[in-house]
Design a protein around this ligand. Structure first.
Ligand code: ADP
Length: 218
């Protein structure tokens, strides 16, 4: 689904390459965990996947199409991201408004929107919290809503950017369990940036980045 061939990336403001010689294939329906210390290139790799930056050399493709500026808009609708801090991702004053907000530019009829909101909240077991204020939820519940908001967009790829790192071990395990279920049942491709080596239990593949290169792929 996403393929890197001999990819190098260098920020224009930097003298050294942030990614070197990346060869990687992310297969549809699989879960890839990306591990590595700070500064190893994890976020840069995600920016190339999300199309925010284009490779300096080499080739990155999404469903066999090479990334370029035009493809970016197309890809944006196929990739959803859940970030580390649940408090920074809420825009609505209730859980359902929050999910609806993300759907706004899809111009769906109200009843279709209501249906999607119900479905995605059901997947993460948050159906009963529809009218709740996001601020009244626990950290784990907030991340479940963030995942529901991402799923409402019907993405082909879900990127988790340290999405469980601020949660306690119990909430983390529960979230990873929900994501695994979605990964399996809906064949949603998962790419997870993590510091948590334990997460490899859930993933099909892990890569470890070190100074911008892949030092382990298995
Ligand atoms: P990680 O996500 O693993 O912490 P990054 O992808 O953020 O790593 O960083 C990889 C390398 O690129 C580091 O050497 C970092 O200093 C550099 N880098 C990251 N962002 C920028 C930027 N906007 N401009 C210049 N250099 C950057």
């Amino acid at each position: 689904m996403i393929k890197f061939e001999d990819v190098f990336f260098q920020y224009s403001s930097s003298k050294k390459t942030a990614l070197s010689n990346i060869n990687l294939e992310i297969k549809e329906g699989r879960w890839l965990s990306v591990l590595g210390k700070n500064g190893s290139g994890k976020s840069t790799l995600m920016k190339l996947i999300y199309g925010q930056n284009l490779a300096t050399s080499g080739k990155v493709t999404f469903n066999n199409k090479e990334y370029n500026k035009e493809l970016y808009d197309d890809i944006k609708n196929k990739i959803a991201i859940v970030f580390q801090n649940p408090d920074n991702q809420f825009v609505g004053s209730t859980v359902e408004e929050d999910i609806a907000f993300g759907l706004e530019n899809k111009n769906l009829p109200r009843d279709e929107m209501e249906k999607i909101i119900g479905e995605v909240l059901d997947i993460v077991d948050m159906k009963n919290y529809r009218k709740f204020e996001p601020s009244s939820l626990s950290g784990g519940q907030k991340q479940r809503v963030a995942i529901a908001s991402a799923l409402a967009l019907r993405p082909e790829v879900l990127i988790l950017d340290e999405a469980t790192s601020m949660l306690d071990p119990v909430a983390r395990k529960s979230i990873l369990g929900y994501i695994k279920k979605i990964n399996r049942e809906q064949k949603l491709t998962i790419i997870s940036i993590t510091h948590d080596a334990e997460e490899s239990i859930y993933s099909d593949n892990i890569i470890i980045l070190e100074k911008g290169t892949i030092v382990y792929n298995g």
